[in-house]
Design a binder for this molecule. Structure first.
Ligand code: MG
Length: 220
């Protein structure tokens, strides 16, 4: 059992964080900046709970990479086991929203993509998933109309809106739950907008999503 807990503002969410299912290429401008097309079927990968970093923590770039990128993403916390849910009922399984950074070893990922290998060592390494506390969904407006930003050392690097997501949260949950049973404490990352870029030792990242909150972590 993981010892990583999902923290909900105003009180603990009593379930450990399980798997973190991530969507790739869900914002058109970000797919384009990496020379990718938005895929017809969603592209999914999983980060283990051991990848989590809480607010105020540190990201440690593995020695095998020289190009670690930030990707700010809206995180969705699931609070009830579900499988094969419909788009219409998907939101019933959402507890709340958080701010996540999908830390990605871009050089490692490029090599893996070239060979057709899985992305895990580029995406799921220890400290690859900084995550904020969660805000209850009833305190957040339309999750598809929220400002989303990331600053490095105070400089604005990513600045967009979740309105630019290609696949919306209910559709994502319906699809993900058709592949993986979702359990209470599982988290879904919904993709990043344009503006991804490298971070280096000593950098401070501040991610923010309107209504949801902010998240500050440093790079060791
Ligand atoms: Mg991502």
């Amino acid at each position: 059992m993981s010892h990583y807990q999902a923290f909900l503002e105003g009180g603990d969410f009593p379930t450990p964080i399980g798997k973190i299912v991530c969507l790739a290429r869900n914002y058109v401008e970000h797919a384009a900046e990496l020379g990718n097309e938005v895929p017809e079927e969603p592209v999914l990968f999983i980060k283990p709970a051991s990848s989590l970093v809480y607010p105020g923590g540190q990201v440690e770039i593995p020695a095998y990479s020289n190009n670690c990128h930030h990707e700010v993403e809206l995180a969705v916390l699931i609070f009830q086991r579900c499988k094969n849910v419909s788009v219409e009922t998907a939101m019933d399984y959402v507890h709340g929203y958080g701010v996540a950074i999908d830390m990605t070893l871009r050089d490692t990922q490029a090599k893996l993509k070239e060979k057709g290998y899985p992305w895990e060592i580029a995406k799921g390494f220890d400290t690859s998933c900084p995550l904020s506390i969660f805000k209850n969904k009833y305190e957040v407006g339309d999750p598809h109309n929220l400002g989303i930003q990331l600053r490095v050392n105070g400089e604005l690097r990513q600045d967009s809106t979740t309105a630019c997501m290609v696949r919306k949260v209910p559709e994502i949950i319906a699809y993900v739950s058709s592949i993986f049973t979702l359990d209470a404490g599982d988290v879904i990352l919904t993709g990043t907008p344009a503006g991804v870029g490298p971070v280096h030792s000593g950098d401070v990242m501040e991610a923010w999503i309107e209504d949801v909150g902010s998240l500050k972590v440093s790079v060791k």
